[in-house]
Design a protein around this ligand. Structure first.
Ligand code: FAD
Ligand code: UDP
Length: 380
């Protein structure tokens, strides 16, 4: 198993439960991939090292599975955005629309207004993110809340980005400002790392950290293992093939952590910054993810993280696939190469070059186990 993120851990746990012996390697010095979290050394507040992670799903199989390893708090995610110094609720809802147009529209009035504004594009026929967004909410709301934020986040013209990226954000004609539409959501009660470690806590699972698959000096390297044992690879697919079909575009994030001498900096967990003149996309204030821990967290200090986005070079952590038309052509070439790689199964966000939330990574890992590995090739 190359990679100890949620995809790798799920396949490993299922395989170990079925009697297989699994070695997980990860090049990082901790397990858990991007969902990893730790106590901030100055405040004790749980910080998500690779950016805020909110668990949500409507998939009963995934929900049942994750509850074997952790319980979840009652946290409900809400996000606000700062546009020209005024704070608005997200995702775009009746509150956002009325505040933006200084109006008191009813749901039907707001819907008619947005329909009129959105007439420029048919969102169903949209060829890219900009057309889909304008077809959904109209140009004024698009330019205020989406255009510059998206350009900052993706460093790519919204007309080059796939339309699906924006479909993740709902638009509502009520005052409901829950960020996610899913049946279940919450945060792992005793933290992400406790959850992730429990998944690997099995006598048939061995975890080797600080171990890179491409480092020939360590025994579980590519040369020594491919063709010898079944491999699940969850690193970047272009890296696996030594960039034979070119580099796929990835975005990486830089986080600037700061401890501030106040009990509450922004009154909420995530504040987006919609405008181009603010260089970061959002500020996370981690204490707000766990209101139930208020008596354990300090009342005179808080920890925040500013998130900056940029293109990933080869030495950066690849976080988000960009997915321009050129990337999609490259991906097809890599899929052909992957199909010819006997005994190696490509999975997870990096291995399939897909935008996968945690529940999707877990769901697809459960399918890979059930439909591919459990049956035959996985025998070890
Ligand atoms: P990863 O977690 O990336 O794990 C891959 C692992 O492979 C890493 O640990 C890496 O070190 C290892 N690896 C790579 N190359 C090698 C190599 N050569 N040798 C050894 N090991 C290697 N999902 C949500 O549901 N909600 C959220 O709010 C959310 N927020 C996110 C925010 C950010 C900034 C990011 C980046 C992701 C977010 N996600 C969120 C998605 C979530 O992180 C993924 O769904 C989940 O981590 C996928 O797990 P994975 O196993 O596919 O990949
Ligand atoms: N988005 C935006 N403005 C916002 C929030 C989101 O334009 O204030 C767009 C942006 O293109 C982003 C997409 O909606 O990539 C999906 O947002 P989400 O919050 O799901 O992104 P993530 O948290 O995964 O980075």
């Amino acid at each position: 198993m190359v990679g100890s993120g949620l995809f790798g851990l799920t396949v490993a746990e299922r395989a170990a439960d079925a009697g297989r012996r699994v070695v997980i390697i990860d090049r990082r010095d901790h397990l858990g991939g991007n969902a990893y979290s730790e106590a901030d050394p100055d405040t004790g507040i749980e910080v998500h090292r690779y950016g805020a992670h909110l668990f949500h799903t409507s998939n009963p199989t995934v929900w049942e599975y994750v509850n074997r390893f952790t319980t979840f708090t009652a946290y409900v995610h809400r996000v606000y955005t700062n546009h020209r110094g005024v704070v608005y609720p997200l995702p775009i809802n009746l509150g956002t629309i009325n505040q933006f147009f200084s109006a008191a529209h009813t749901p039907d009035q707001a819907r008619s207004l947005v329909q009129e504004l959105a007439g420029e594009f048919d969102q169903k026929a949209a060829r890219n993110l900009e057309e889909r967004a304008i077809g959904l909410i109209g140009r004024p709301l698009y330019e205020a809340f989406i255009r510059d934020y998206t350009a900052k986040q993706w460093q790519t013209d919204p007309r080059e980005l796939p339309a699906e990226v924006i479909s993740r954000l709902p638009v509502r004609y009520t005052y409901d400002n829950r960020y996610f539409n899913d049946t279940w959501e919450g945060l792992p009660t005793d933290g992400y790392t406790a959850w992730l470690e429990r998944m690997a806590d099995h006598p048939r699972i061995e975890v080797r950290l600080s171990t890179d698959f491409f480092d020939d000096r360590q025994p579980a390297n590519r040369r020594a293992t491919v063709g010898q044992v079944p491999i699940v690879y969850t690193g970047a697919i272009d890296r696996y093939f030594d960039y034979a079909a070119g580099e796929l575009g990835w975005r990486t994030l830089d986080f600037e952590r700061e401890v501030l001498p106040v009990g509450d900096f922004q009154g909420t967990s995530v504040m987006n910054y919609a405008d181009a003149d603010v260089p970061y996309t959002r500020i996370h204030e981690f204490r707000h993810f766990h209101p139930e821990r208020a008596d354990r967290y300090p009342s005179d200090r808080t920890v925040v993280m500013r998130e900056f986005s940029r293109f990933a070079g080869r030495d950066d952590e690849p976080y988000y696939p960009v997915g321009t038309p050129a990337d999609r052509a490259g991906l097809l070439a890599y899929r052909d190469l992957a199909a010819g790689e006997q005994g190696v199964h490509f999975g997870g966000r990096l291995g399939t070059y897909q935008y996968l939330d945690m529940h999707m990574a877990i769901g697809s890992a459960l399918s890979m186990w059930r439909n591919v590995l459990c049956a035959g090739d996985g025998a070890a």
